[in-house]
Design a protein around this ligand. Structure first.
Ligand SMILES: C[S@@+](CC[C@H](N)C(=O)[O-])C[C@H]1O[C@@H](n2cnc3c(N)ncnc32)[C@H](O)[C@@H]1O
Length: 239
């Protein structure tokens, strides 16, 4: 094919993409998101992720025993697996995630199942203000290790919680870095050490209520299955 016709085709494709973006038929994700958009469609097909959400939901309900009028926020909700398990335990649940793909799948599920008490947002709380506050509970599953600036996110969680409100962090126990070894873009934490995380939380006006290893995640590393323990830490906002 001649050079000029290749150029012609490429410029037509570029024009079409630009046109579709203008029409909002293609929405480029404005946040960096480690490929979660691509994973969203098949996220719920992984039974281990569904089971993991169930385990943490049971633990959260057991500890908090939420009153039906309580408002919750899920940070890094993905397709909403954890909130689905908690949907009858709170009066309303605000769900935020930076992946537009994840939020799209969540919105489709909300519509399909006629869920009335979910408020989903594609948003990055670290960069823009979500004007909903006074939550009784904030929970987050496997997301905090993606957040490099812990001080900033904990400050935000604190400001969004009522006094005596609870923060539930479900995440990876400190690991050797192999969990994200296949990713070239991961720039978060290799899990969390209980004492180190507790010290940071204390600095942000939180008091540790409970810590428990509740589940594990698996990855195939160099052809072998490696297990990664997951903890649930429940923390109270005291100031
Ligand atoms: C490992 S997935 C966990 C999803 C879900 N919590 C679950 O367990 O099925 C991490 C999620 O965090 C989201 N995420 C990463 N950084 C975020 C941020 N700054 N704000 C909100 N969500 C974020 C990703 O888009 C992704 O959906």
């Amino acid at each position: 094919m001649k050079k000029t016709s290749v150029k012609n085709i490429l410029s037509k494709i570029l024009f079409l993409v630009y046109f579709l973006i203008t029409l909002q038929l293609i929405k480029p994700n404005k946040y960096k998101n480690m490929g979660f958009d691509n994973e969203a469609k098949d996220w719920d097909k992984d039974i281990k992720k569904v089971e993991r959400a169930k385990i943490f939901a049971e633990e959260i309900i057991d500890f908090i025993k939420p009153a039906k009028n309580m408002k919750a926020l899920e940070f890094g909700c993905g397709t909403g697996l954890l909130s689905y398990e908690l949907k009858d335990s709170f009066s309303s649940i605000t769900l935020v995630d930076t992946s537009s793909g994840m939020i799209k799948v969540l919105q489709e599920k909300i519509k399909r199942d006629g869920i009335k008490n979910f408020k989903p947002f594609c948003s990055n709380l670290l960069e823009e203000e979500l004007k909903i506050n006074n939550f009784d509970v904030i929970y987050t599953l496997m997301t905090l290790h993606h957040i490099l600036d812990l001080d900033k996110i904990l400050q935000i969680f604190n400001s969004k919680l009522k006094t005596n409100g609870l923060l539930c962090i479900a995440d990876l126990v400190k690991e050797d870095g192999s969990f994200h070894s296949e990713s070239t873009t991961f720039d978060g934490h290799n899990g969390f050490d209980k004492e180190e995380l507790s010290a940071i939380l204390l600095n942000h006006g939180f008091e540790i209520q409970s810590y428990k290893i509740c589940a594990e995640s698996e990855r195939k590393i160099d052809g072998k299955i490696k297990k990664y323990p997951l903890f649930l830490m429940i923390i109270k906002k005291t100031s």
